[in-house]
Design a protein around this ligand. Structure first.
Ligand code: HEC
Length: 153
């Protein structure tokens, strides 16, 4: 959990700074260029950190079988009334400790992940991510999850 907060903050601050300086299009470029780099930088020490989702924008973020199972489980837990904010799951799998924490969709995400993405922005997203599946979300939907793993003896 201590690794997730600064990772999330840096992603958000990077998007916000890019949007303030060059509008939503610059923000998409910042996500495209910098999100993988920020992800790499935060995979410090023994933990590897990333983001995944059932519907991804960047195919590099596609879930593996275990992550898919946990995301499905998060969706069911949310449907049963549990809040996404605190939702997490950890398990020891094949010599690794694996952990996921749900990411809810917030108002600030809709410009790029909502139903009504502005045409210019949508065109840019299509250009970078021709197979984008990460649109059509509403506030409170499960957008995805942080995913962490490290080897255990
Ligand atoms: C300026 C546009 C923009 C905004 C605003 C934005 N995103 Fe994204 N998002 C992107 C782009 C571009 C990617 C692909 C970048 C990558 O991870 O390589 C992405 C990727 C993601 C991913 C990784 C899984 C995937 O689909 O590839 C998650 C999770 C995510 N965004 C959640 C959020 C949440 C939650 C918010 C609001 C708090 C948000 N995003 C706001 C553009 C945006």
């Amino acid at each position: 959990m201590a690794l997730i907060a600064p990772f999330q903050q840096q992603l958000m601050a990077t998007v916000k700074a890019a949007r303030d300086s060059g509008g939503p299009q610059r923000a998409v470029q910042a996500c495209q260029e910098l999100a993988p780099q920020i992800t790499h930088e935060h995979s410090g020490g023994s933990w590897q950190i990333g983001r995944t989702a059932l519907r991804v924008r960047n195919p590099d973020n596609a879930p593996d079988a275990w992550e898919r199972k946990v995301l499905e489980q998060f969706r069911q837990r949310a449907a049963a009334g549990e809040q996404l904010e605190q939702m997490r799951y950890a398990e020891r799998v094949d010599g690794e400790l694996r952990l996921m924490k749900a990411i809810p969709t917030a108002e600030a995400c809709l410009a790029c992940h909502g139903h009504a993405v502005e045409p210019e922005l949508a065109a840019l997203i299509d250009q970078y991510y021709p197979e984008d599946q990460a649109r059509g979300f509403e506030v409170g939907d499960l957008r995805g999850a942080f995913t962490l793993r490290r080897a255990v003896k």
